[in-house]
Design a protein around this ligand. Structure first.
Ligand SMILES: CC(C)(COP(=O)(O)OP(=O)(O)OC[C@H]1O[C@@H](n2cnc3c(N)ncnc32)[C@H](O)[C@@H]1OP(=O)(O)O)[C@@H](O)C(=O)NCCC(=O)NCCS
Length: 152
């Protein structure tokens, strides 16, 4: 049997470029999911929620509180990209956040991440900047940009 943590980690291991150190370890995901305000969902290659023994093609994780829900991670395995799954995941994130009565979605992204056009297309706009917040394995410093979208 493949549990949801296995499904998340299969995507995690292929989706993130190692130079940015953005992938979480299994332990980090497991610990985070033990908090009551952490949430996640999965998508299969056909855009539906994966059945029990079907691997995921993508997932999101979020943290909810004080009327806001922050997207912690969003990923689709490389072989399934540019097929609309990222958008399906964002829609499921927004809809889940609404059911928890949140009014605003937040996320933080390193400057230059191609995911920016996905986020902007979904209505996210930049609201904050942390200069040189991230460091690559090569020592380069990259700004973090905070994006937000109201869902009221
Ligand atoms: C970001 C990510 C989740 C997008 O997943 P996806 O399934 O390819 O996204 P979609 O197919 O739903 O894309 C929808 C639209 O967003 C835009 N978009 C998505 N990825 C893009 C890219 N790499 N470059 C430019 N535009 C992109 C396009 O407008 C796209 O529509 P189109 O394919 O018709 O042109 C995926 O590339 C990924 O997992 N990246 C690595 C992890 C990451 O950086 N996550 C975000 C930060 S936590």
């Amino acid at each position: 049997m493949i549990d949801d943590l296995d499904k998340i980690m299969t995507v995690m291991e292929t989706a993130f470029d190692p130079q940015y150190g953005e992938a979480w370890t299994r332990r980090q995901v497991e610990d985070s999911l033990n908090f009551p305000h952490t949430h996640y969902s999965l998508v299969a290659a056909d855009g539906t929620f994966p059945a029990e023994n079907v691997h995921a093609a993508g997932f999101w994780m979020s943290r909810s509180g004080f009327g806001e829900e922050e997207l912690l991670l969003l990923a689709v395995s490389p072989q399934y990209r540019r097929n609309g799954l990222g958008l399906i995941l964002l829609e499921s994130f927004a809809s889940a956040a609404r059911t928890r009565n949140n009014e605003r979605l937040l996320l933080e992204m390193r400057r230059g991440n191609p995911a920016e056009s996905l986020y902007r297309g979904f209505g996210f706009l930049p609201v904050g900047l942390r200069k040189a917040y991230y460091a690559t394995t090569g020592g380069e410093r990259i700004d973090a940009i905070t994006f937000a979208r109201d869902i009221t």
